[in-house]
Design a protein around this ligand. Structure first.
Ligand code: PGA
Length: 250
């Protein structure tokens, strides 16, 4: 496979500063000879402290979200300029918790995607269906729509900085993982959508991560699938003992 494995940790709303720094230090030490691409996304309040730890390492610093706007009257929001100022290199957008708990829609997510790319950030665009959508046979349709709408107006050249994360909502934090075959089916389908939008070359180069209860025990089988190029890991990324083995699966 020419695509490099990309393993990312989404720490969500966990860890106070001291805990975040401690985990980041352990990861820097234990991944220094790792051969894959790595990223961790601490909460906004811990970005500055974690930035100091990962600086110069092979671990990218990610944010979990950002505002649709650069500045102004947006109480409680965090701007792309603030993220860049702290050394953030990548941003997770459209996570299912943002879509479903905080009601972010595709138009809003698309605005964020374009703003992040315009400022040179890498984007991890999350897509994925709800359980009822899967049961209704609509998994592909939902993923296609989220991909097309999320990437509307994004150029083929900008796709070099876009990662797609397929995260079936029913598998996030539930302990239920998609089977490797289920994951592969949606990854392959999504790569086909990208090929239709951008051509085969861009589609072949785009990293598509899997997320949803990924852990050391299931990572090898998932990552062995031809279109599964990495993982976006929540629960298992919160401890070095559970994250490192996933990072070092291959
Ligand atoms: P999980 O979360 O690994 O805890 O299921 C994945 C994610 O939401 O990114």
């Amino acid at each position: 496979m020419s695509r490099q494995y990309y393993i990312a940790g989404n720490w969500k709303m966990n860890k106070v500063k001291g805990e975040a720094v401690e985990l980041a230090k352990a990861l820097v030490e234990q991944l220094k000879d790792g051969k894959n691409k790595y990223m961790i996304a601490p909460s906004f309040t811990n970005l500055d402290a974690v930035a100091q730890v990962v600086k110069g390492s092979n671990i990218l610093l990610g944010a979990q979200n950002m505002s649709t706007e650069e500045s102004g009257a947006h109480t409680g929001e965090v701007s792309v300029l603030m993220l860049k100022d702290l050394g953030v290199q990548t941003v997770i957008l459209g996570h299912s918790e943002r879509r479903h708990i905080y009601k972010e829609d595709d138009a809003m997510i698309n605005k964020k995607v374009k703003l992040a790319l315009a400022h040179g950030l890498e984007v991890v665009l999350c897509i994925g269906e709800l359980l009822e959508e899967r049961e209704a046979g609509k998994a592909e349709q939902v993923c296609e729509e989220q991909t097309r709408k999320g990437l509307a107006g994004v150029s083929a050249a900008d796709m070099a900085k876009v990662i797609i994360a397929y995260e079936p909502v029913w598998a996030i934090g539930t302990g239920k993982t998609a089977t490797p075959e289920d994951a592969q089916a949606i990854h392959q389908f999504t790569r086909g959508v990208l090929a239709d939008m951008y051509g085969k070359d861009v589609a072949e180069q785009t990293i598509i991560q899997y997320g949803g209860s990924m852990k050391a025990e299931n990572a090898a089988a998932l990552l062995a699938q031809p279109d599964v190029d990495g993982g976006l890991i929540g629960g298992a990324s919160l401890k070095a003992e559970t994250f490192i083995p996933i990072c070092k699966t291959y």
